[in-house]
Design a protein around this ligand. Structure first.
Ligand code: HEC
Length: 152
């Protein structure tokens, strides 16, 4: 974990987080990223679930050197249009447990893992790490998604 994040995590009492994960830990992470975002961008108004939803669904062209192989990928490509649903990896086809912490209490419980995944996926999809405000908005959006789609 980055040093600044560790300091902030400590300030916000993250170390006291119990092993039992739930929505509360996702909310704590949302606050943590908000605090970091505001320190970097004082004009940031705070978590915006709508912006997070847009970010989640935003399609970004992955250039493969050959126009016909270019692919449009979004977070939703693997995590599906509804984060309360199970996802499916677009490359390996493997099932991915729902990303919404409301339906999957293992999500957003381990800050190291979350930072790791954000860094990895944001770099893969966007080509750079996501900004703290994007992370706060993203979690805010996931927290609004609590209803898995009806089974087809
Ligand atoms: C190519 C497929 C794929 C795409 C695209 C993708 N992810 Fe993921 N994501 C995964 C997999 C696989 C996991 C890990 C599954 C697990 O731990 O069960 C994961 C897990 C995560 C986690 C971990 C949450 C937790 O606490 O467990 C975060 C955060 C995340 N993804 C964010 C994103 C964001 C943001 C984007 C878009 C910029 C994105 N992902 C796009 C496949 C993908």
């Amino acid at each position: 974990m980055k040093y600044t994040n560790l300091v902030l995590a400590a300030l916000l009492g993250f170390t006291a987080l119990s092993a039992k994960a739930d929505v509360a830990s996702a909310e704590k992470m949302e606050k943590l990223y908000t605090t970091i975002a505001k320190s970097v961008t004082p004009t940031y108004a705070g978590p915006n679930a709508e912006a997070g939803k847009e970010f989640y669904n935003r399609k970004i062209t992955q250039f493969k050197g050959n126009t016909k192989d270019n692919k449009e990928v979004a977070c939703a490509s693997c995590h599906t249009a509804n984060p309360a649903d199970k996802g499916k990896h677009i490359v390996t086809g493997k099932s991915i447990k729902p990303l919404s912490p409301v339906v999957n209490d293992k999500r957003f419980s381990d800050l190291d893992k979350v930072e790791d995944k954000f860094t990895k996926h944001c770099n893969e999809i966007i080509g750079a790490d996501c900004k703290p405000e994007e992370k706060a908005d993203f979690i805010a959006y996931l927290l609004t998604e609590s209803t898995p789609s009806a089974k087809k």
